[in-house]
Every structure is written in C-alpha cells, then in structure tokens.
Ligand binder design. Structure first.
Ligand code: SF4
Length: 725
C-alpha cells in the first residue's frame, strides 16, 4: 500500500468505495488539480485488476460539482442556509443536550452505515454509549446482512461473511448460490464461478429471476420469492432419503440433527414443488449435483436473507451443509456474500444496537467490563441494548422514540423499507443531523447538514467479505470546507463534555479498536497499519502482532464452547404478506449493475446514469400482455404501503407471477415505497425481498400494431431481441 509521485501526478494504491469485494485499485491524481483516474491493481488477489463500471468511474464522485463543501443549517423560514462549522456543531450539540434534558438520553439517537470504515463504526458506537449515553444506535447494515449474521452465530458460534477466501471457490466441487447475482452486484467475483466450472465443478443458482449469474449456471432453480426456506428443506429431505448424510461428521461435530431431520422429512419433494414452483425433477437434479463431489459450498446473499424469516432460511441452508459434512472442512462450507463496502467490519465494531466492538455483547457483563475499561468508564455507565434500525426509524419523533437523530453514512429516505412512512418519521424529529458527502434525500430533510470527506480523501480500514482487513489510504485532500466524520465525532464529543477519548486521527482510533477487541470473537489486536501497509493479507481473528491471521475458520472446531455446530431445524412459513385478490402479484427488489445502494453516489456519475438512468418495473411479457403494458410505457405498482410509477421493462427472465424493481432511486419510482417492513423475529431484518402488489398500466397501450419489444438479459447485460435467444 504505497503512494508514489512524479512531477505531474501522485499514484495511491487503494480500494473501491463501493461494495464488499473491495477491489484493489490505483488512483492517479494530477498535481494540477485535474480529474483523478482509477485503474485495477493486478497484484491484489481479490479482483486481480478487474473493476466493474462502478469502480471504473469511482473517481467521478471526487469531482467538486455535486459535493457539499460547507455546513448547512435550517433557518427560521425552513430553508437550508450555509453556516460555519462552529455554528453548525454548536447547534447540534445544543440540540442533543436539550433533547436529553427534556426527554431523556434515550431520545437522542444515532444511525450509522455499513460503508463506514472500521474506525468510524467504532468511534460512532463509542460516541453513542459514552458521549450521548444512549442505547439508541443502529445502522443500515441491519437491512443487509443481519439474518446471515444471526444464523451463522447460532450455527457456528461466530459470524464472518465467508469463513474461507474467495480463492477457494474454484477448488470446490459445487457451489449452490442462493439469491445472489454477483454478475450485477460484484462482477469481478464472477471470475471465481467461471474458474469453478473450468475446473469441472458445477454451479447451481437459485433466484426468482434468470439473472446474468443464472445464465452461467449448470442448473437454475426459479422459486417463488419468499419460498427459499422450503426449497432448502426439500433438498435436505432428498439428501436424507438418498443416504447422503455424513453420519460421522454429524456425530462428531454437530448437535441437533434429529430435529433437522424431522423438519426436512415434513417437506417432501411434491410438497416443496407446490410451495416453491420448483419441480421435483429439478430438486433431484440439484441434490445430485450438490452431493456428488467431495466438496461443496452454499453461498447466500440478500435473496434468502431479506425476509421476515431470513434467519430461519439461512439456517436451513446451513443445515444442508452440516448434514452433508460441507462445513468446517477445506473447500467446503457456508458463506454469506456481504454487500456494503464495509458490511463485514461495520457489523463488528459497535454500531449495532446490541453490540460492542469485536462482536462483544452489550448484555454480557464480562464484555461490558472489557470495553468499559478501554473507554475509561464504569461498566454500569454503558447503556443497554437499543432497538433495531427499522424500529428506531419507525418510532422517531414519537413519545417512545428518538427526538434527535444523527445519521452518518446512510440514506434511509431511499433505502429503508416502507420509505414513505420512514420519511414521515424523519420529518417528525425535533432535530435531524446528517453527515454526508452530497445533499442526499435524507440530508434534504435535515436541520443540520455536515459535509464530510469520502473514501479517497481520508484514511481508514475496511474488512471485506472474506474477513480480510484492508487499509485505504488518503490519496488527496478533501475540498476546502469539508471535514472528516472522525472530526465531527471529536468536535461534538468535546462540546458534550468529552474533550478526550475521541481522536480524529484514524490510526489512533484503530489502535484503540485493537485494544477493545483483544480477546473478543472478532479480534483485531494483532493487526496494525504498519502490517497492512506492508501488504500483509490479514484476516481476523488476528490476536497478536506475530499472528498470521485466519483466512479459514472452523477447520478444527466451530466457535461454540464445545466446538460443535448447531442445526437450526426450521420449518417453512409463508411470507408476511402473501398475494390476494387485491394484491395478486409478488414484488421483489434488488440492484442493477450500474448503481450502488441508495444511489446517492452513483446517481451523480454521468457514465452510470447514462447507462442506467432511472427506475423500472421488470415484468414478464405474458403478464404485461394481460395488463396492456408495453415496453417503456409507465406502470403503476401498488402495495399496502403506497404506489409508485416507473417504465415497463419486458423480460422473460422474471417469473410471470412476480415483478422486480431496482431500489436505487427516490421519488415517484422509489421501490421502497412499496416494501414491507415486517421484521425477522431474530435478526430484525425487514422483508425487502417479497411483498404483495397490484400492477396496472398507467397509460393506454399504443395502437400502432407493433409487437412488444421483449427485453432479455444477454451475457453482456445489453437488451437483446427475442429472436436472438
Ligand atoms: Fe467496486 Fe464492488 Fe465493482 Fe469491485 S465489484 S469495482 S468493489 S463496486
């Protein structure tokens, strides 16, 4: 990790600002202030030089145009006006003090993000518990990875997205990819799947849409959204019936198989076909592919996780791995393909409602004492666990909720479920404070907006989906008037009576994070900026400076005290909202190849908005014909929470009983206006992936007699005519 310079430019080895793959890139910054450029770093093993379109255009978000460069405060007339940093910070501190005095400390809340560096996530959690002394903190990662995290903790005793490096994928025999579309979400990762198949392995993709990833598969199963749990149980049934259980592994390394067997035997193939729409013959084919090789993996992403039964669903997929002995062994196991840039590290270091740094628990006396000692406070001064992200937002401005809220690194007006309702709750706050790079949709509602630095303008560490800790060094100065998130926390803490304990220097924060995580499940004690800068590949746990890190977990034992994994043994249950006469279709949501999360950054990059300019409703031509909908014509989609309008996109890739919308856009086409905030009882993850909707043509179909143009997904992502398929 170096920065080198010539007379005309400096070059910094860094990482992409977007997804959890954290592709290695070089950022060249002209000394004359010209436009920076990025290129992939071939020597970084995760992406080996490849970048997707988002990464290739990452430098565009550094351009001054759309940036916030001065704090904004809302004036008496209700408009945002420029302010000095002192005025803005004084106003925030006064608001937090007033709210705490009038309504209690728990009425001041904090909402973080899965893109924040480890240092920011750590200091944000400390700020909430020490400076504000509030339990009210959670983050948008609750919307992304919490079900997989909960299921992994229950099964293995520890949650790390992938317990093995991506490089192991080509060396396994079969990958069962559930609800994941890396061809769009993290394209450089597709190389691992291609190499798997080149090596003779097989790929099974489970997705309600025939995505570009599904087109690569040996077998694509296309279940109804919300039925992945039944599908997993059906496969486990066939594994048991076919005699494919690894009895020695189950006896020596697990607990609870009898309950899992009972659950699976209640989900016979014909029942599962009726529930999922996947035929018995396809279920048998998948079972054969998965059980034939010596090694196999199950990888999940948001599809099975973002459900009101996401924890149970992931648990069922883990049960399939455990029953077949595909866990805790080389080239085998269960993994979650984490989504946000620091989705892994962001969930480890204390911005989650119930958690302290290093995956320590806020309810465990020993964990509280360990962290309190590092923070220099008494354990009893630490508040208890707070409520989850959606619940925090849902109660905002209410008597039992927060009245003042600090949002850092998140745009819930676009990304939260039932986003219209969440927007109302944010408007009901007494004080909303947003730290952001741009005037996001959430920042537009704020009383105070603080302009902060972004990826290439500040130094910090991130932990990618493999648990690999990465150093992302500052490559250029932020624009004048912009400060870092760490500075904001430092300055606010000082105004709230904590002049020490909140350093602005990221390396100083990381040094404290190392101490706070020493001996914890996610142990960073042995990781240092110096080791990362020297290019060491360090996966946590890394408990000592001489420790090499742990790229592969669970090979000897699982992380429960007795070393054994636990079966989850769930049973199928329907989605929180099933179709009915008023809302006869299912809606599922997801990402496009050109945009990232709420789009706050990528919607400001011309190359990406040209390629993918706005929301759409993907719908099967048969369904479209029954509605009189044509390609490009507006469709209205209505759920029990609201109505949106977006252009029709015809595609045979989607089931005729399901429609798909990407969720990157605000306004009339905001997909999250429709989504259901029904929560998983364990992870508190909302059910983004399935809700009941009604779809109607918003305008009459053209009467020129032309045949509808059917959009399908060609391997390069371009639309292709039906005749070419
Ligand atoms: Fe960035 Fe992810 Fe694309 Fe890699 S795959 S370039 S990390 S957005």
């Amino acid at each position: 990790m170096t920065t080198t310079g010539t007379a005309t430019e400096t070059t910094t080895e860094t990482h992409c600002p977007y997804c959890a793959l954290q592709c290695g890139m070089r950022l060249r910054v002209p000394v004359d202030g010209g436009v920076p450029e990025v290129s992939g770093r071939e020597e970084f093993p995760v992406n080996r030089g490849a970048l997707c379109g988002k990464g290739q255009n990452a430098a565009a978000v550094l351009a001054p145009g759309a940036r916030l460069t001065e704090p904004l405060v809302r004036d008496a007339a209700g408009a945002l006006r420029p302010a000095t940093w002192d005025e803005a910070l004084d106003r925030v501190a006064a608001a937090f003090r007033d709210t705490a005095a009038e309504h209690g400390r728990a009425a001041v809340g904090v909402f973080g993000g899965g893109g924040l560096t480890n240092e920011k996530a750590y200091l944000l959690g400390k700020f909430a518990r020490v400076a504000l002394r509030t339990p009210a903190i959670d983050y948008n990662g609750r919307f992304c990875m919490s079900s997989a995290a909960a299921a992994s903790r229950a099964a293995f005793g520890l949650d790390r997205g992938l317990p093995f490096p991506l490089a192991d994928i080509p060396r396994t025999g079969c990958v069962l990819l559930v609800g994941s579309n890396p061809a769009d979400t993290m394209p450089p990762a597709v190389r691992y799947l291609r190499e798997l198949r080149e090596n003779g392995g097989t790929l099974i993709v489970i997705d309600p849409r025939r995505t570009r990833t599904a087109e690569l598969a040996d077998l694509h199963l296309q279940p109804l959204p919300g039925t992945d749990l039944a599908l997993a149980l059906g496969l486990l049934h066939l594994v048991i019936a076919g005699g494919h259980v690894d009895k020695d592994f189950v006896a020596e390394r697990t607990h609870g198989f009898d309950a899992a067997r009972a659950a699976a035997m209640a989900h016979w193939p014909e029942r599962v076909e009726a529930l999922t729409g996947v035929s018995v013959s396809q279920l048998r084919e998948a079972t054969d592919l998965f059980t034939a090789p010596e090694h196999a993996m199950v990888l999940t992403a948001r599809g099975p996780e973002q459900q009101s039964k996401g924890t149970a669903t992931v648990g069922a997929w883990i049960d399939l791995c455990l029953a077949t002995g595909r866990a805790g062994r080389p080239y085998s196991g269960y993994g979650c393909l984490t989504g946000q840039g620091n989705g892994q590290g962001g969930r480890e270091h204390g911005q989650k409602a119930d958690q302290l740094p290093g995956y320590r628990s806020l309810t465990d006396p020993a964990d509280r004492a360990a962290v309190a000692a590092v923070w220099g406070v008494a354990p009893e001064e630490l508040p208890g666990a707070g409520t989850s992200a959606y619940e925090l937002l849902d109660r905002a401005g209410r008597p039992d909720g927060v009245r003042s809220l600090l949002v850092m690194g998140s745009n819930p007006v676009v990304s939260a479920p039932d986003a219209g309702h969440v927007t109302e709750r944010l408007r009901a706050l007494d004080h909303l404070v947003v730290c952001d790079v741009v005037l996001s949709e959430t920042a537009r509602l704020a009383d105070v907006v603080l302009p902060v630095a972004q990826w290439a303008e500040e130094t910090g560490t991130l932990t990618n989906l493999e648990g690999r800790v990465l150093l992302r060094r500052a490559a250029l100065d932020p624009p004048a008037g912009v400060r870092t998130d760490l500075h904001v926390l430092h300055a606010l803490a000082a105004r709230l009576g904590h002049p020490g304990g909140f350093p602005e220097d990221p390396e100083e924060v990381f040094a404290e994070l190392r101490r706070a995580t020493e001996g914890a499940p996610a142990d960073y004690a042995g990781i240092s900026y110096a080791r990362l800068a020297a290019g060491e590949a360090l996966h946590w746990p890394c408990p000592a400076p001489a420790h090499p890190g742990t790229p592969r977990l669970f090979l000897d034992r699982f992380a429960h005290p007795d070393g054994r994994a636990r079966f989850a043994a769930p049973s199928h249950r329907p989605a929180a909202e099933e179709p009915d006469a008023a809302y006869p279709l299912r809606l599922t949501t997801g990402r496009t190849v050109h945009h990232y999360q709420s789009g706050a950054q990528t919607r400001r990059v011309p190359a990406l908005t040209t390629a993918d300019p706005g929301p759409y409703v993907e719908i099967h031509p048969h369904l479209a014909a029954s509605l009189g909908a044509t390609e490009g014509a507006p469709l209205t989609v209505t759920s029990r929470r609201g109505t949106v309008t977006a252009p029709t996109r015809l595609s045979t890739a989607i089931r005729p009983d399901t429609v798909f919308m990407p969720f990157h856009w605000p306004g009339a086409g905001r997909a999250n206006t429709l989504t259901n905030p029904a929560l998983d009882p364990v992870s508190r993850m909302p059910e983004f992936k399935v809700c009941a909707v009604r779809v109607e043509a918003a305008a009459p179909a053209p009467e020129d007699g032309t045949r509808d143009r059917v959009r399908d997904l060609a391997p390069n992502g371009a639309p292709r005519p039906e005749a070419a398929r």
